[in-house]
Write a protein that binds this ligand. Structure first.
Ligand code: FE
Ligand code: CA
Length: 534
């Protein structure tokens, strides 16, 4: 069978023995497990390595065996012959792996597409590490990981790179490359890491493999594998630890919990969601102890603390949300606009974007937080956005927080009444840069600013129409900045006095080696919510 891993055999042992005898064996002794496979038909580490979900004494190390990453045979994901494979890993305190501080083994199994998630603990806080995997005669590249500072550490500065919405068909991943060049302490992924659809658009610069919308586990797996074969994304993951949440396109455009844009029966849609979440798990460095999928459920929301400086709440804006307001066929699935007159349901106080349980988890965490800055990293636009239509009527997009205004008000009230220290919201989804004041009452010009929102543009996905959105701005004076014509990412530098946000824009995301520049910078001073141009 072409493309399939050779089974360990007597002949292989003889070959390996011969290689050792002639001095050709390149691997250190600990990697030469008896009966270890020889990878004859492709590099099993072709999808690279990743680290993420750091704690003060560890992190998650990820890889997935896939010598043939886009295997079309669902029985052999990644072109791996059904079996259990023993991987070895080593962790060092130097980038050339001279000083090894940890060695271990893990098993890769077919049920999770031969991915492994090593949840490391017991390391020193606040320092870098380097790691590598091996399996049989193959070794991965060396990756970089780091532990969080201890909770009582005083952290002078933190650099975060914030990314969202990387559509493989719409552009190249130059944003990921430039972000890696800037060496942030951590990369924050806000969702739409893959796009499930196929565009068949003449503007596309490259094509999703399989040529069909991802709806099943093998198709979602191939989508992630194709994205991870991109050299810029692969390099970012090898070099920069990450924390992640998702948005809609990891499953289906504009889905909400069990409700699809296409009006599938919820029971059927949850089967699709289970496949999509599992593929997400299989490809992301998330904690197995927290995020192991269970049918259609997978916990992704989590909290990360950087000493006394920053706490980040990574939120899940999709899995637990109420159905979109005024959902129903033929044309009210997923995102659409609604006015108060046509859709009073939108303001129903029982509706929630995070789900009541996650809301409470967020509020409790914020109330207990002792850090200078409190970042809320999540998928969709939070600021109110009044969209005036041709008849002068005000409408609201129901797929972001504008579809859940009561839940947004509960959160803003909690930030305000709880005197949460320096809340800053980071958002994605809308493929454009925004700097917004989050006000206690968006409809009252005199109402105080409670928090600051930075929305990052897409890595590559096509933008909303600029001219149309610019016309909305006079009705939304709390929007300090809007630009949809640029692709890129956001760099945040945080210290005790201020956050500096730099909107980094690509010259042209349809050119692989395109350059990056700073479009606009903003500063938020500690104790003074609201973004000020720098
Ligand atoms: Fe997107
Ligand atoms: Ca989205």
């Amino acid at each position: 069978m072409r493309g399939i891993l050779q089974a360990p055999s007597r002949r292989l042992f003889l070959r390996r023995g011969a290689a050792a005898a002639t001095g050709l064996m390149l691997l250190p002794g600990w990697l030469r497990a008896a009966g270890a496979p020889v990878w004859a038909n492709g590099d099993p580490f072709s999808l690279g390595v990743a680290s993420g979900a750091p704690s003060s004494d560890g992190f998650v190390l990820w890889t997935r065996l896939a010598p043939q990453p886009l295997s079309s045979d669902p029985e052999t994901p990644g072109g791996v012959r059904p079996d259990r494979y023993l991987l070895q890993y080593e962790i060092a305190t130097d980038s050339t792996l001279r000083t090894i501080v940890r060695r271990g083994e893990a098993t890769a199994e077919s049920g999770f597409a031969y991915s492994v998630h090593i949840e490391v603990a017991g390391l020193a806080p606040g320092r870098p590490y380097w790691y590598r995997f091996a399996c049989g005669d193959a070794q991965s590249r060396i990756g970089h990981a780091s532990t969080l500072p201890s909770n009582d550490a005083s952290v002078a500065q933190l650099k975060l790179g914030v990314v969202s919405c990387s559509n493989y068909e719409h552009g190249y991943f130059a944003a990921y490359r430039h972000l890696a060049d800037e060496s942030p302490d951590i990369a924050v992924f806000l969702g739409d890491y893959i796009y499930e659809g196929v565009g068949k658009n003449p503007d596309n610069v490259r094509t999703h493999s399989d040529g069909v919308e991802a709806t099943t586990l093998p198709l979602y797996r191939n989508r992630y594998a194709q994205y991870r074969m991109d050299p810029d994304l692969q390099r970012l993951h090898a070099e920069i630890p990450c924390i992640v949440t998702w948005d809609d396109h990891e499953v289906q455009n504009d889905y909400a919990n069990a409700w699809s844009q296409t009006f599938d029966r919820p029971a059927d849609f949850l089967k699709r969601r289970a496949a999509a979440y599992q593929a997400y798990y299989e490809h992301m460095p998330v904690r197995p102890s927290r995020s192991l999928p269970n049918g259609p459920d997978m916990r992704i929301h989590d909290r990360f603390r950087f000493g006394g400086l920053v706490e980040i709440a990574m939120l899940d804006g999709r899995q637990y949300r109420s159905r979109e307001a005024c959902y129903g066929p033929p044309d009210h699935g997923g995102g659409h606009v609604e006015s108060d007159a046509a859709c009073p349901e939108r303001r129903d106080p029982d509706r929630s974007l995070l789900g009541r349980e996650q809301e409470q988890w967020l509020y409790d965490g914020l109330s207990q937080s002792r850090t200078r800055w409190n970042l809320l990293a999540q998928d969709v636009l939070m600021a109110q956005l009044r969209q005036r239509n041709h008849d002068g009527e005000i409408q609201f997009w129901v797929d972001d927080w504008n579809g859940y205004p009561a839940a947004r008000q509960r959160l803003i009230n909690h930030l305000h009444n709880g005197r949460i220290s320096n809340p800053v919201v980071l958002s994605g989804d809308i493929h454009s840069f925004w700097a917004n004041d989050l006000k206690l009452d968006f409809d009252d010009a005199a109402s105080p600013v409670v928090a600051t929102e930075f929305v990052g543009t897409s890595v590559s996905a096509h933008p909303p129409p600029y001219d149309m959105f610019v016309k909305f701005l006079p009705d939304n004076p709390h929007v300090r900045y809007f630009e949809s014509r640029k692709r890129g990412y956001t760099m945040l530098e945080v210290d005790a006095e201020r956050i500096t946000a730099r909107f980094r824009s690509l010259v042209d995301a349809t050119i692989p080696n395109t350059e990056v520049e700073t479009l606009q910078s903003f500063v938020v001073e500690s104790g003074r919510p609201g973004a000020v141009p720098a």
